[in-house]
Ligand binder design. Sequence first.
Ligand SMILES: NC(=O)c1ccc[n+]([C@@H]2O[C@H](COP(=O)([O-])OP(=O)(O)OC[C@H]3O[C@@H](n4cnc5c(N)ncnc54)[C@H](O)[C@@H]3O)[C@@H](O)[C@H]2O)c1
Length: 368
Amino acid sequence: MNAKEVKRRTFLAMGAAAPAILKGQAAGDTLRVAFVGVGNRGSFLLRHGLRVPGVKVVAVCDIIEERARKAADMVSGAGGSARVWTDFRRMLDQQKDIDAVVLATPDWTHKDIDIAILEVGKHLYAEKPLATTPQDCRMVATAAHNARGIMQVGFQLRHDPNRNAAEKFIHAGGIGKVLMCHGIRHGGDLPRNIPWYFDRSKTGDIVVDQGIHILDLFTWAIGSHPLRAMGSGGTNLFVNDPPGRTVMDNYNLILEYPNDVRVNFSHHYFDPPGFSGDQERVFGSEGSVDLVAATWQPRQKRGAVKLDVPNAGEDSTYMALAAFADSVRNNRRPINDVDSALRSTLLPIMATRAILEKRIVKWEEVAG
Ligand SMILES: NC(=O)c1ccc[n+]([C@@H]2O[C@H](COP(=O)([O-])OP(=O)(O)OC[C@H]3O[C@@H](n4cnc5c(N)ncnc54)[C@H](O)[C@@H]3O)[C@@H](O)[C@H]2O)c1
């Protein structure tokens, strides 16, 4: 028996006695996954999860049964078969062949569901944000540290081929010393068919729910959390639209990091169609990188240089799920693990506080 077979047999034997894979033990060829929360994001994750080699979707769960059934149909359409659940706790209790869970329920539910899944020893791919308050974020992080399974958080842009290549270039010293990051996320308003997006008490507001991705990328490039946040924002166009709206429709942030590094980020929903765009640029002593395009512009030369991009054009969500399966199999720490997710969720919570309280907020106030 070769080493791979030994690993596989060990995994299968364990599966009979104890479905959870213990940390330090590799999974075999097949990772049996349940998708919990199959609305907008969860069904997109499922679509890509079904393409990942070695992933077998064995269960789907949503409190809205119709959505769970639709998700099961997607699995059947791809040649598989998934059990349908409307209660994730019953699913975890009764379906013993689940190795890992992909979770995409609304933001305010993350803390309790993440912890429940981690406590029963499953591997967990959980959507961002980690939670909506600093205390809840720390509770999830503690549960992940004590868990037998691996936890990866839904910062899938870290796996986007262009952005991943650009970050590697920065980390290898390609642009010299990082001096500043500048980001723009200008587009249309949030989707009207998902009412909870407009309720600050359910999301932590739009920095936590939306701006979080780009701020995570900048923090990854800089390699440290910010020391201070200042900002200004509000609701200027979509006032009480939809009725009861409590989230902002625009804000601007300045974040100060160690060594005098700054992040400048502008986010609004005022762009008319055709006028939209993201910009994610990291400026260094030797030149600057555009994360979205994976190009680098040396300081002294005219003309951007395209970086070498493995898996160019592949979807970031597919790449993130493939990386999750790979991390489980090889017991490898994900690049968007719980510690990076803790930092990258505390950051927008800090920034939101700065905006709402109209003052400079220090990292210690959220890091606790
Ligand atoms: N990473 C990304 O780019 C990205 C993009 C969009 C959304 N998200 C995140 O994904 C999550 C879901 O967002 P969405 O847009 O899909 O919202 P959604 O409302 O469309 O979907 C959430 C689903 O979860 C279900 N649900 C709620 N509580 C549940 C429970 N206890 N058990 C099982 N199912 C439950 C709902 O019925 C719904 O179908 C959020 O955390 C959001 O921040 C991430």
